[in-house]
Structures are given as structure tokens and as C-alpha cells.
Design a protein around this ligand. Structure first.
Ligand code: NAD
Ligand code: DAU
Length: 364
């Protein structure tokens, strides 16, 4: 048996592939175009593992995808492939429309051509699992109940709008063509191999490099954090037992304000890797211009997946963030390798050249 994972060289996809092969002997064909966010170093432990076949390519390449599907006859697709960073979507929405919407459409069509003539029961047992995000639900007021699966779809950024559009396509391919789909909506992930353009790895990496820790606006925006390996176990569970044609919210009931997250990381580093001048890392915090259209709060109501599929996260935020900080301290080579020229260009675009890199840190 084989599954096809797309975007499996990115942050969540690579964790998923590693965890999948740690628990199962089912072959993984991993299709990833290796954008700036894709990194084969994440998968180096699988270099000589015949259960992992990496293919560099685009989900929108119909010829390549058709050839892979016919050759490997996967019983399921797990679709992680997407542009994933909100700030990048604000600077350049076109890539998000192309990869997340057009790419998903083309993948669905390639999969439909492969799946339609499959004999029973392979046809009914087949699954297309689409990995989506809580951001498609928009922003919550402080006291509003958390997002359930029935919450209105109200995306606010080019990224979340592109994910919502792809979710609609997946839904329509089920209702119109009968493709056996599942869609998951997860909250913010953190953990190993997280690209340091996102808040948690950026703060760890900048803190250790003596740079400012940029907090957008007042830092009181709330995100609901889940350790990446818990997201991966939830996806595996939905793939195994989820009800076809439905959606599952995934989260760990861990709402935190951004400023509290940054302070938490600073105090962990104060203990694990104290600054050479003896000062606290919090001195490096700097409040910077807010993200345009910044969503104030996300929160996931995870009762459906807990009650229907018996899934629960293994990590609390406290255990997960401690493991994450420790991972970055132990994997400085990985950090150095991803901080290529392209990464430096992005930091300059987003934070301005000397501002984020050289300005004196401002105490919070
Ligand atoms: P990431 O940016 O780290 O990785 C995305 C991967 O997809 C990269 O390896 C990239 O090369 C690949 N990719 C992009 N476009 C492609 C294409 N057209 N063809 C083939 N490969 C392509 O992203 P991530 O954080 O790992 O997110 C993975 C998925 O999970 C995304 O769909 C994202 O929307 C969703 N998600 C992310 C989070 C989060 O907190 N990071 C939370 C919920 C859902
Ligand atoms: O909610 C799930 C989503 O979480 C995923 O769908 C996205 O792919 C993923 O990138 C993430 O989106 P966010 O925008 O919430 O994550 P990010 O790490 O970019 O930002 C987290 C919060 O921290 C957000 O409120 C913006 C803020 N922030 C971010 C950066 C990069 C800062 O204050 N400073 C920063 O430098």
C-alpha cells in the first residue's frame, strides 16, 4: 500500500512523513516543488529508506501527477502543498492564487481521472485528505465561542482566502463527482523544522542571534497553538476513520496572546542559553508596525475530532514549547542552512534592512 503526500518537504508535511514512516511500513511518495519553504534536509534520515520516494514537482503538473498516480496506485492523497505565510500573501498574492487555488484544482482533476475508473472496493476506499487551516473562519471577538466545523467561512487575508477557495473546490469535487474527500482545519502549529519566517521560530532564531524580536501592533492578538506532531497524529486519525465528505477541526485548546508567547520563549532561553551579558532576552522585544488586516483571534473547538475519532493531543503548550526551543538549540546547522540569501531578502522586505537586523533592541 502507498500514500501520496504533497508538500512533504515543508514544515508540517516533513513531520508527517517522518512520523508516518516511524509507525508504518506503508510507502510514501512525496511530491514537493521545493519552494523556499521546502527542505530535503528535513528528510535526511530517510535518505536510504526505500519506503520513501521523493519527487520534485508541482501539484499543478498534470502530466507528472498522472504518471505518479498510475505508477504508484496510491490508496490516499494527503495534500499539504501550499504557500503558507500570511505576510508573504500580503506582499504577493498571485503565488497564493496559483499554488493554493489553481494547484489544488489541477490536483483534484488529476486525482479524479485516476480515481474514476478504479474498481470497487479500491474506489470507495480511496481518500483525498485536504489540509486546511482555521484562518478560513476569519477573526473572533475576545469572548466569542471557538470555531466549530459549522462556523461561517470568512477569510480575511489573501492566504486564508486562497485556502478557503481550495476548500470549496475539494467540497465540490465530492458533491459533484463523488470523490471521497476529507478536509481538516487546524490551528497554529509549532515544532521542529518550522521555517523562521513564522512567529515562534523567528523569535527563537532572532533571540539567539542578538536581533530584535518583532511583535506586530500591541501583541495582544490571540492564536491557538498545537505542537506539529499532534497535528500529524490527528491527520493520520482522520485519514483512518474520518467520515467522508466532512470536515474536522484540529486544535489543542491553547489560546495565547502573541506577546505572552514571545515572553515565554525568552524565559526558556534565559534558562537554557543565558545571554552572555547576563541580561534577559525580553530586552530584545520591539513593537513594530502591525500586519495589514491582522486577524485578532483564532480559537478551535476540537470536540468533534475528540468525541467522534477519540483523538487528543499528546503535548501541552508547556511541554511542546520546551521541546521546540530545545530542538532549535540542538539544530543550529539546520537554521544556518535555511538562512540562505532568499531568506535574507525576505527579512529585508518584511522588516526593513537595518530595523530588524541591527537596530538596538527596545525593552517591552
Ligand atoms: P510550508 O510553507 O512549510 O510548506 C509547504 C510545502 O509545500 C513546501 O515544501 C513547498 O515547497 C510545497 N509546495 C508549495 N506549493 C507547491 C506546489 N504547487 N506543488 C508542490 N509542492 C508545493 O507550510 P506548512 O506550514 O508546512 O503548511 C502545510 C499545509 O498545512 C498548508 O496547506 C497550510 O495551509 C496548512 N496549515 C498550516 C498551519 C501552520 O500553522 N503552519 C496550520 C494549519 C494548516
Ligand atoms: O492559524 C493557522 C495558520 O497559522 C496557518 O494556516 C498559517 O499557514 C501559519 O503561517 C499561521 O498563520 P499566522 O499568521 O497566525 O502565523 P505567524 O507565525 O505568521 O504569526 C503568528 C502571530 O504572530 C500573528 O498574530 C502575527 C504575529 N507575528 C508574526 C510574525 C512573523 C508577529 O507579531 N511578529 C512577527 O514577526
Amino acid at each position: 500500500m502507498t500514500i501520496l503526500v504533497t508538500g512533504g518537504a515543508g514544515f508540517i508535511g516533513s513531520n508527517f512523513v517522518l512520523d508516518w514512516l516511524a509507525k508504518s511500513d506503508e510507502t510514501v511518495v512525496n511530491l514537493d516543488k521545493l519552494s523556499y519553504a521546502g527542505n530535503l534536509q528535513n528528510l535526511s534520515s530517510l535518505e536510504k529508506d526505500s519506503r520513501h520516494l521523493f519527487v520534485k514537482g508541482d501539484i499543478g503538473d498534470a502530466t507528472l501527477v498522472a504518471e505518479l498516480l498510475v505508477r504508484h496506485q496510491p490508496r490516499a492523497i494527503v495534500n499539504f502543498a501550499a504557500e503558507s505565510h500570511v505576510d508573504r500573501s500580503i506582499h504577493g498574492p498571485g503565488e497564493f492564487v496559483q499554488n493554493n487555488i489553481v494547484g489544488t484544482y489541477q490536483l483534484l482533476e488529476s486525482v479524479r481521472s485516476y480515481w474514476s475508473p478504479l474498481p470497487a472496493p479500491a474506489k470507495s476506499n480511496f481518500r483525498f485528505l485536504h489540509v486546511s487551516t482555521d484562518e478560513v473562519f476569519g477573526s473572533l471577538d475576545k469572548s466569542a465561542p471557538a470555531f466549530t466545523e459549522r462556523h461561517a467561512i470568512e477569510p480575511n487575508s489573501p492566504y486564508s482566502a486562497s485556502k478557503a477557495a481550495s476548500d470549496h473546490l475539494v467540497r465540490a469535487w465530492h458533491h459533484t463527482y463523488g470523490l471521497p474527500v476529507l478536509t481538516t482545519h487546524c490551528s497554529n502549529n509549532y515544532g521542529p523544522y518550522h521555517f523562521p519566517e513564522k512567529l515562534i521560530p523567528l523569535v527563537i532564531v532572532n533571540a539567539l542571534a542578538g536581533k530584535t524580536l518583532p511583535v506586530y501592533g500591541d501583541g495582544q492578538q490571540i492564536r491557538d497553538w498545537l505542537y506539529v506532531k499532534d497535528h500529524c497524529s490527528a491527520i493520520a486519525r482522520v485519514l483512518e476513520a474520518g467520515q467522508v465528505g466532512t470536515t474536522y477541526n484540529i486544535g489543542g485548546w491553547n489560546e495565547k496572546a502573541n506577546l505572552d508567547i514571545v515572553r515565554n520563549i525568552c524565559s526558556l532561553l534565559d534558562t537554557l542559553k543565558p545571554r552572555s551579558d547576563g541580561k534577559p532576552y525580553q530586552d530584545q522585544i520591539a513593537f513594530v508596525t502591525d500586519r495589514p488586516g491582522h486577524d485578532r483571534r483564532y480559537a478551535i473547538d476540537a470536540r468533534k475530532i475528540e468525541q467522534e475519532l477519540g483523538w487528543k493531543p499528546a503535548e501541552s503548550f508547556e511541554t511542546g514549547i520546551a521541546k521546540t526551543v530545545q530542538w532549535y538549540l540542538s539544530n543550529q546547522d539546520w537554521v544556518a542552512n535555511v538562512q540562505s540569501g532568499a531568506y535574507r531578502d525576505w527579512v529585508q522586505t518584511q522588516y526593513g534592512a537595518p530595523a530588524a537586523e541591527e537596530a538596538s533592541p527596545v525593552a517591552a
